[in-house]
Design a protein around this ligand. Structure first.
Ligand code: FMN
Length: 158
């Protein structure tokens, strides 16, 4: 499969997760195209208003799409939601949302972020897959990312 992976990341944590997911998918024989979302304007978390996404990929060419970003203010970062809402070519395709977060419990924003991303994805006609949340459990985030990346790769079989 050709899997489009789109990530928004301010401090690199979600980008690091996306890289690990891409690596696991490639090990399974998939082709992965990674897009790191860029914005125009001032993105002031947690509730940025005036920004524009400058490099949302056309998803027509992908067989499936993964999209991820950080949890901000107990929900998904606004650029991620805006990106999903603007996606073209995802109708009828699998879309998997993923997030990283700073707190240790998924209930501290992760669950709500994934729900918001799923709702946006349904709005553009995607087939929404289970979301993946990586919290920060003391120093274990690296290990949790590897476990989550492995699980995601197992959900994609040709
Ligand atoms: C403004 C702001 C709000 C945040 N709100 C939350 C939150 O509600 N829950 C949480 O677990 N982490 C929160 N975080 C932490 C980030 O989700 C976490 O550091 C994430 O891994 C950063 O990802 P990135 O490096 O890809 O930007 C917040 C961070 C910022 C900057």
């Amino acid at each position: 499969m050709l899997i489009g992976t789109i990530v928004y990341s301010r401090t690199g944590a979600t980008l690091d997760f996306a890289d690990r997911i891409a690596q696991k998918l490639r090990e399974r024989g998939h082709a992965v195209e990674l897009t790191v979302l860029k914005t125009d304007g001032q993105v002031r978390p947690p509730r940025p208003k005036d920004f524009r996404l400058v490099n949302v990929p056309d998803c027509e060419k992908y067989d499936a799409v993964l999209i991820g970003g950080p949890v901000w203010g107990f929900t998904a970062a606004a650029p991620v939601i805006a990106c999903i809402q603007s996606l073209k070519g995802v109708a009828g395709k699998k879309l998997l949302p993923f997030v990283t977060m700073g707190f240790p419990l998924e209930a501290m924003g992760g669950t709500r972020a994934i729900e918001a991303m799923k709702q946006a994805a349904q709005g553009v006609g995607a087939i929404v897959m289970p979301g993946m949340i990586v919290p920060r459990l003391f120093r274990r985030q690296s290990r949790l990312k590897d476990i989550a990346a492995q699980r995601i790769s197992e959900w994609f079989v040709d």
